[in-house]
Design a protein around this ligand. Structure first.
Ligand code: ADP
Length: 433
């Protein structure tokens, strides 16, 4: 028994004692009156505490429990503790829910919770943008009526675990989605939408690449195979004709070799494990070297000059030489005889700019954004005739990316082109600095 109950019993005993003494002293009626008055006081105090509790129970939020003494005091304290524990529990649940919903909100894949009838309970931001939903206004609506995806209604109604739907939202060809559903709880569903645009694009690029390489190799191989077949079928071949055919086969074999060489260079540059060899290069030596090579390629058909401010450049000698020389050899190959080619190196606000200007055939503007794509050529036959593989500018782009440099192209058909490469200041040191 708690002390409050002992006090309560003591009080009742005190009232009974007072009534007995009063009765013995003043008579039975007075004793009964005293007992009644005492009991009335006790009942009134209970009624007062009960009404305070009722008032509090009606509106407990933001109000402290009323003060009370005796058994009511104990009950109020116990109630207060219960309420405090409940509040703490509720705060913890709310905080946990906040964390989960914030995490789900920023989750990169789309998440939509559905009830047993496929009505939306909740969705995150990714689902809003991928599926065109609105988390607030679409709550409680049937998802099949809202999502505009081909075959979606059938999928959401019948999808089996592990089954997925690949599709693009209507009018959004730039977005490839993969949808899956998971069942949880009694009869709830979670719809997950993955943005697989990049994967689909990479897969398409891989397919194009394999098709391009096969095509590039097939043409020279067909030429070689054709000549060999012809030679084998000829019982008495003409030595002069045979020499000519062998010469053509040699040219085709070299073409395949340079294609394979360029492919190997590209795959090495793309490999993440291939570290950049940082060296300090004299820009003048590098550009003069590249210009000499271009003069050999041009065989006197062009005027090739250099304008170089002295400087040193930090980077891989082998890679930079290949990028610089690719740009110059393109200038030679796409500039008609008698044309002019200028190789420049200037310092601009600490940054180093290498440029190759030619007075060649030029490039129409619509081709410029795609020039550095693998196997992209403006004029396929001219590229082949001059020994091009269609990979030169891809190699340049990769080398420049590895050196944090930017490529800019200015060109006008029939007037000429300028390819400029800008290196960041921290890669460049000038002797004047
Ligand atoms: P290719 O081996 O065909 O030259 P590149 O990747 O080096 O391949 O260049 C891609 C295409 O860009 C070329 O096929 C050509 O059409 C165009 N091109 C590149 N450089 C020049 C230039 N200096 N003048 C005109 N066209 C150019």
């Amino acid at each position: 028994m708690t002390s409050a109950w002992i006090i309560f019993l003591l009080r009742l005993s005190a009232i009974a004692l007072l009534a007995l003494i009063g009765g013995a002293w003043l008579g039975l009626a007075a004793g009964l009156a005293l007992a009644c008055a005492g009991l009335l006081l006790v009942v009134m105090s209970h009624v007062a505490n009960l009404s305070r509790l009722q008032a509090w129970l009606k509106q407990p939020e933001g109000r402290n429990l009323p003060d009370a003494w005796g058994a009511w005091g104990d009950a109020f304290i116990a109630l207060h503790r219960l309420r405090r524990d409940e509040e703490k529990k509720r705060e913890r649940i709310v905080a946990d829910f906040e964390v989960f919903s914030q995490a789900a909100e920023v989750y990169p894949d789309g998440l939509v919770f559905l009830d047993a009838d496929d009505r939306i309970l909740w969705c995150n931001r990714a689902a809003e943008s991928q599926l065109g939903l609105n988390g607030e206004s679409d709550r409680g609506l049937l998802i099949a009526n809202l999502v505009r995806l081909p075959r979606f209604a059938e999928f959401i109604a019948n999808a089996l675990p592990g089954e997925s739907l690949q599709c693009s939202p209507l009018g959004r060809k730039d977005l490839d989605l993969s949808l899956e559903t998971l069942r949880f709880g009694k009869d709830r569903k979670l719809l997950i939408s993955f943005d697989v645009t990049q994967i689909a694009r990479t897969e398409a690029m891989r397919r194009d690449f394999v098709a391009n390489v096969s095509h590039e190799l097939r043409t020279p191989l067909t030429v070689i195979a054709g000549f060999l077949e012809h030679m084998l079928a000829e019982p008495d071949p003409d030595p002069a004709a045979s020499r000519q055919q062998i010469g053509i086969m040699d040219g085709q074999a070299r073409r395949m070799l340079s294609l394979v060489d360029d492919l190997l260079v590209l795959s090495r540059l793309e490999s993440e494990t291939y570290a950049l060899r940082e060296e300090t290069l004299d820009v003048r030596d590098l550009i003069f070297d590249v210009a000499d090579e271009a003069r050999r390629l041009s065989a006197g058909r062009h005027s090739i000059t250099c304008e170089v401010q002295p400087a040193q450049l930090k980077g891989s000698r082998e890679e930079l030489r290949s990028a610089f020389s690719n740009l110059v050899s393109n200038a030679v190959r796409y500039t008609p005889e008698g044309g002019r080619i200028v190789l420049r190196w200037v310092l601009r606000e600490g940054r180093g700019v290498y440029s190759v200007e030619d007075s060649g055939i030029g490039i129409a503007e619509e081709h410029l954004p795609r020039l550095a794509e693998r196997f992209y050529r403006v004029d396929r036959s001219r590229s082949r005739e001059t020994g091009g593989t269609g990979l030169g500018l891809s190699i340049v782009k990769h080398v420049l990316m590895r050196h944090q440099a930017d490529l800019k192209i200015r060109s006008e058909p029939g007037v000429g082109s300028t390819f400029s490469v800008e290196f960041p200041a921290w890669r460049v040191t000038s002797p004047l600095a």
